[in-house]
Design a protein around this ligand. Structure first.
Ligand code: SPV
Ligand code: MG
Length: 560
């Protein structure tokens, strides 16, 4: 995912760079208009369809009135206001680097509306507008076309002139669309109008026809010659081989509604499939992935920009909870579930531990499961399984958990049967050392209970002023000589992100030197110390509870 994002961000930046280097959109459009080849514009009706069209290789786009009104869910009869059309155009223009020609209908009024339209289009880097010789409000040419009234020629010419006078960029193009054939008139009316529009300053003629064969547009081109470039819209005569248009010398063919039509078909199929199957499983592989949406939106560029501009986020941390063992001392209580799922105050021990981490701002929590792993099913946790739990101990589980964690953050590790107060995490966070352990000075309690405990011997015993001293671990074991015991490790450790590679190396060495399957954290601590790593000791008293026996479990409610 990260790799893909990086690649995408490169594509996105290349695209932006390309856009900066590319010639102005108005000039690109003129190149298409004047090209010796037949060029193509594809309809687009919003930012994303425009982007897809450009990515596919189209050198220009048709912002179609039919398609834009359809994406709004209204009719192609000027029901969407012209500023609503502008709004869509702005997104299309921002999302692309190729020129866009707006289907400007009739110009939304008289000469005055046209000149205001031209100036607003230029502000949005739209390269061209096409206006048709009908009256506002217009309707689509394929709906009762022959009942549609054409504009008065002189009045329409005033729209063209005013538009041309209004443009600031000499290369902005105004295309005039001759609707004579649509309205049922013949070739001479079409030519007469085209010539008048030519004289009024039009940059090209769009000759439209509702016939299913190209006879009208071919006759027009034959008679018109090369007075101005001629654009066609082969929606109805789509089956005509494209070479015929090329041979006739047309400048541009517009595929005027194919993106909206394909979107509609796809959406209808998707909606029908979901309602029918009451599921999206069928569909998942047939539709664009969410990451494809992100790619088209340029999300990767934003991520990079955030790194560049946003203040650094406070360091995040993650946690690992080792919960693979059964807890046999609990007897039949742990027949169906591991100890970490036994309930205190109606919630599993594990869930109380997760609460503590969450309260400390830690969301990324990995739980190592083993015994009755299916019974551990709390939400929002990352699970790693140690299926050899019966023959292995703490470090095997820890190694497995380390494999998938983000090594760029500090890490807390604790056990699925040790409750502790958030205070311990705060206390440990007060130190920047590579390894920090919390040590209970009242270790005699454990000796009295005859349970296994990780005893420690440190550089100094706890004393009233040990808070002001740097105290480090010397050795840790379950069977230390009581004369040198300074305390008991509470089962919570913090590793800085820098030490994580060392931990992995140390465990590799330990694997060669000892029975690694039986290795516990106190072995790792002692090993680290012997290799020269300083393990910071923070003395405190209480704030934790190791749940070993039924009695511990019953008393745990008071601890919470
Ligand atoms: C459009 O796409 O909105 C057009 C072309 O104007 S047509 O629908 O053929 O009239
Ligand atoms: Mg239109």
């Amino acid at each position: 995912m990260l790799k893909q994002l990086l690649k995408n961000s490169k594509d996105y930046c290349d695209h932006r760079l390309e856009r900066m280097i590319k010639e102005k959109k108005t000039s690109q459009f003129r190149t298409l208009l004047d090209s010796q080849n037949l060029e193509f514009l594809l309809e687009a009706h919003n930012g994303i369809s425009a982007k897809i069209a450009e990515e596919s290789g189209f050198k220009g786009l048709w912002a179609g009135g039919l398609a834009i009104s359809a994406q709004y869910g209204v009719r192609d009869s000027n029901e969407a206001s012209w500023t609503q059309v502008l709004e869509v155009l702005e997104f299309m223009s921002d999302a692309t680097s190729v020129p866009i020609m707006l289907d400007g209908d009739t110009g939304y009024g008289n000469f005055n509306n046209v000149r205001r339209l031209v100036s607003k289009l230029e502000q949005r880097e739209i390269a061209a507008v096409c206006i048709e010789d009908k009256l506002y409000p217009k309707t689509n040419s394929f709906i009762g076309g022959n009942k549609q009234q054409l504009a008065d020629i002189d009045e329409f010419c005033s729209r063209i002139k005013a538009g041309k006078d209004a443009q600031k960029d000499d290369l902005f193009s105004i295309i005039t669309r001759v609707e004579a054939f649509i309205a049922g008139w013949g070739l001479s009316e079409a030519i007469k109008r085209a010539e008048a529009y030519h004289q009024a300053g039009s940059d090209a003629i769009l000759i439209h026809s509702a016939m299913t064969n190209p006879s009208e547009i071919l006759a027009f081109k034959e008679e018109w010659g090369d007075r101005l470039p001629v654009i066609i819209v082969p929606t109805k005569y789509y089956s005509t081989p494209t070479e015929i248009f090329t041979e006739a010398g047309f400048s541009i063919a517009i595929w005027a509604n194919h993106m909206i039509r394909s979107a509609i078909e796809a959406m209808q199929q998707t909606a029908a499939s979901i309602i029918q199957n009451q599921s999206v499983v069928e569909l998942e592989d047939r539709i664009a992935s969410v990451s494809e949406i992100f790619r088209l939106q340029g999300v990767s560029e934003l991520l990079q920009a955030e790194e560049l501009y946003l203040p650094q986020q406070p360091k995040t941390k993650s946690a690992i909870i080792l919960a693979a063992s059964r807890g046999s001392a609990m007897g039949s209580l742990t027949e169906q579930q591991p100890k970490s799922m036994l309930k205190i105050k109606e919630r599993p021990i594990l869930s109380h531990i997760v609460d503590v981490y969450n309260k400390h701002g830690i969301r990324e929590i990995t739980v190592v499961r083993g015994y009755q792993k299916e019974a551990i099913d709390l939400p929002s946790l990352r699970y790693v399984d140690n299926d050899d739990y019966a023959d292995t101990s703490e470090l095997v589980s820890f190694e497995k958990a380390l494999l998938g964690i983000d090594v760029n953050q500090d890490l807390f590790v604790s056990f699925g049967d040790v409750l502790f107060k958030p205070y311990l995490l705060q206390l440990m966070d007060g130190f920047e050392d590579e390894v920090v352990i919390v040590v209970d000075t009242q270790w005699q309690d454990s000796v009295n209970k005859e349970r296994a405990a990780d005893y420690v011997h440190c550089s100094e015993p706890h004393s009233r002023d040990s808070y002001s001293h740097e105290i480090f671990l010397k050795v840790s074991a379950e069977n230390l000589d009581p004369k040198i015991i300074d305390g008991e490790w509470m089962g919570v450790v913090k590793f800085s992100k820098n030490i994580i590679p060392t931990l992995k190396e140390s465990m590799n060495k330990m694997r060669q030197e000892t029975d690694f399957n039986a290795a516990k954290f106190h072995h790792l601590f002692t090993h680290l110390v012997s290799e020269g790593t300083r393990v910071k000791v923070v003395y405190t008293t209480g704030h934790w509870l190791d749940i070993d026996t039924l009695e511990d479990l019953l008393g745990a409610g008071n601890f919470l």
